[in-house]
Design a protein around this ligand. Structure first.
Ligand SMILES: [Zn+2]
Ligand SMILES: [Zn+2]
Length: 260
């Protein structure tokens, strides 16, 4: 009963705050869309934020990744018959079992990820994480733990935050999942993957991660911002598989075409 009263008071406070300070789109400053469909839902979706801090126009501009490889979520040609596998998965399937990537790495998602990573605009991390949470709700997947791809110590000190963890926070909050940043460490500093070609990316990430604590989980989700060749998440998946993970999903905001 007390819990219900507190929830009602919180909802009233949120409604008053929305009237006094209407949410603005983080991309263009227009009024943000009210996501009425989130209200009144039961289950995990109930915890998703009611506003997204994006306007209807910018939501409409989001580059949906809706024609994808069923294993790694790489964008496929528009005329491709679904379901289908990409050429990479046909010749050398990744270690992870599935990949969720709601968007292609294109405007305005690329701009938001860039702002988060390189300018420390954490608001973009929250909004992108909430978009990912909404996408995941419809899949109904419930991993035992969610692991953000760790940064090396030097890069973490330089950046002051881990962008993968910033994305994981709203996801785990909305879906009620266990976020574990302590289970895996990056053993050495690796070069920025964006600066390397495909073979250099594979070499750069080999043996980059190690387990730092017992996994004790069969179903694991790895969170990263962008997946391009999949070499980072694949190396991390190898470590988790060796530690006993039976089903490993990769959750990312955007999937880039590995051939571009
Ligand atoms: Zn906008
Ligand atoms: Zn694939």
């Amino acid at each position: 009963m007390l819990r219900t009263a507190v929830d009602i008071l919180r909802a009233l406070a949120r409604a008053a705050a929305r009237r006094l300070w209407p949410a603005k789109c983080v991309l263009c400053g227009q009024s943000a869309v009210q996501l009425h469909e989130a209200r009144g839902r039961s289950g995990p979706a109930r915890a998703c934020a009611e506003t997204l801090d994006l306007c209807a126009g910018c939501v409409g501009d989001l580059p949906l990744n809706d024609r994808v490889c069923e294993h790694c979520a790489e964008p496929l040609p528009i005329d491709c018959v679904q379901p289908a596998l990409c050429s990479g998965c046909l010749t050398q399937p990744p270690v992870f079992d599935a990949c969720v990537a709601p968007f292609r790495y294109a405007f305005p998602v690329d701009r938001m990820i860039h702002g988060l990573k390189y300018r420390g605009e954490l608001t973009y991390g929250r909004v992108l994480g909430e978009l990912l949470a909404r996408h995941l709700v419809s899949r109904g997947t419930r991993p035992d733990v969610v692991i953000p791809v760790p940064l090396g110590t030097a890069r973490y000190r330089e950046r002051g935050f881990n962008q993968a963890r910033e994305l994981a926070l709203p996801v785990c909050k909305a879906l009620g999942l266990s976020l574990r940043s302590d289970l895996v460490v990056r053993l050495r500093e690796t070069k920025e993957q964006a600066t390397l070609d495909r073979s250099e990316r594979l070499k750069n990430m080999t043996n980059a991660f190690a387990l730092a604590a017992p996994l004790n989980a069969r179903h694991v989700a790895i969170i990263d911002d962008v997946v391009t060749t999949g070499s980072t998440t694949n190396e991390l998946a190898k470590v988790l598989r060796a530690a006993g993970a039976e089903w490993i999903e990769v959750w990312c905001i955007a999937r880039a075409d590995r051939n571009k």
